[in-house]
Design a protein around this ligand. Structure first.
Ligand SMILES: [Zn+2]
Length: 354
């Protein structure tokens, strides 16, 4: 989840949109086929009807069921075949020239995945993998970015102790709320101890009448709901950690426990060990070579990052470090999907990011 870049979002958005439009021009020029990989793994989070919020720092993590349906239609028209994530390596290994594959993944185990995304996937006969986090589904740990959005919507001003005594954060305008979101997100993601930072944020939320665990309970599927979802032959449940902490920042024992216990827990719910794992956050700061090794040692067939990119046969030389493409709520235009699947915008972004 790319909250880390919240502050650069405006700029980034302009760059990505530019990249997408440029990719469409490339497509028209007939260069798309040469540039395209053989497969794409899409990342989704919330799938639900749009609600307009004045302050919505997590809007990029949300698409509508209609956009999901349109995206699947667009990919089908472009010749993609939809396969379960764990079977992607086998399909690509024996693919004939010109064949292309797509897999859908949804992170964090939101209830709306079952309510709003599942009917679309079922109607379209598209396999999908939901990456569930044990502590979220058991209701013992809060989803901090949801807590933070709710808190900043509610509080007129926030006194928060980042470690050197309380700091007053004004929250009168959306810009101030956005700045506070970025500062608190950075505190959680780059501070000394992620769990302690989240606990401090939870306490601040409670003082302002926001109940973090109740909010998580409203949003995330319970074990019973996950079990019911897993009965859909198109659905798979994959691991997404126990606590959703950035694994690369944990010590060896903790990192291993997060990934091993995640597999045990899902095995307990579905009756079989999960075949796939999504590293929480999934960016370079959250995933080190140790986690890639752990994924292999613990028997996950594939593991996915949030590093953007498309798949080629050599991607599966490292099946524990697969790139994905975010179906991002800020770019819900049908014409962008084929451009995203091509991987071209990411090349354009890296060129402009440097
Ligand atoms: Zn996540």
């Amino acid at each position: 989840m790319p909250i880390r870049k919240a502050m650069q979002q405006g700029l980034k958005r302009a760059v990505i949109t530019g990249g997408l439009e440029a990719a469409r021009l490339v497509e028209r020029a007939g260069l798309m086929t040469a540039a395209r990989g053989m497969g794409a793994i899409f990342t989704l989070h919330h799938v639900r009807p749009r609600t307009s919020q004045a302050f919505d720092p997590n809007a990029h993590l949300e698409i509508t069921p209609e956009f999901l349906d349109a995206a699947i239609g667009q990919l089908a028209e472009a010749g993609y075949r939809f396969v379960p994530l764990a079977e992607m390596p086998a399909h690509i290994a024996i693919a004939r020239a010109g064949e292309r594959f797509a897999a859908f993944t949804l992170d964090d185990g939101y209830r709306n995945n079952a309510i709003h995304a599942q009917p679309v996937f079922t109607r379209r006969k598209v396999p999908f993998t939901v990456f569930a986090t044990k502590d979220f589904s058991q209701g013992t740990r809060s989803i901090w970015w949801e807590t933070l959005a709710a808190l900043l919507r509610t509080a007129p001003v926030l006194d928060f102790d980042f470690g050197d005594g309380p700091v007053r954060l004004p929250l009168a305008t959306n810009l101030q709320k956005q700045a506070a979101f970025a500062r608190l997100a950075a505190f959680v993601l780059s501070g000394e101890d992620e769990a302690r930072a989240v606990a401090r944020l939870d306490a601040a939320a409670c003082r302002h009448g926001v109940d973090p665990l109740a909010l998580t309970g409203q949003l995330v599927m319970t074990e019973t709901e996950l079990k019911s979802l897993a009965r859909n032959p198109l659905a798979a449940i994959g691991g997404h950690g126990v606590s959703h902490r950035s694994l690369a920042r944990l010590d060896d024992t903790q990192a291993r426990r997060e990934m091993a216990e995640s597999a045990e827990w899902i095995g307990h719910i579905t009756g079989q060990p999960p075949e796939s794992f999504a590293y929480p956050y999934g960016d370079r700061a959250a995933v080190s070579s140790r986690e890639l090794r752990l994924a292999r040692d613990l028997g996950y067939r594939v593991a996915v990052t949030t590093r953007p990119g498309t798949l080629v046969p050599r991607s599966f030389d490292a099946p524990a470090a697969l790139p994905r493409i975010s179906l991002n709520g800020l770019y819900q235009k049908r014409r962008y999907v084929a451009a995203l699947a091509s991987g071209i915008p990411f090349r354009l972004i890296s060129a402009t990011d440097a």
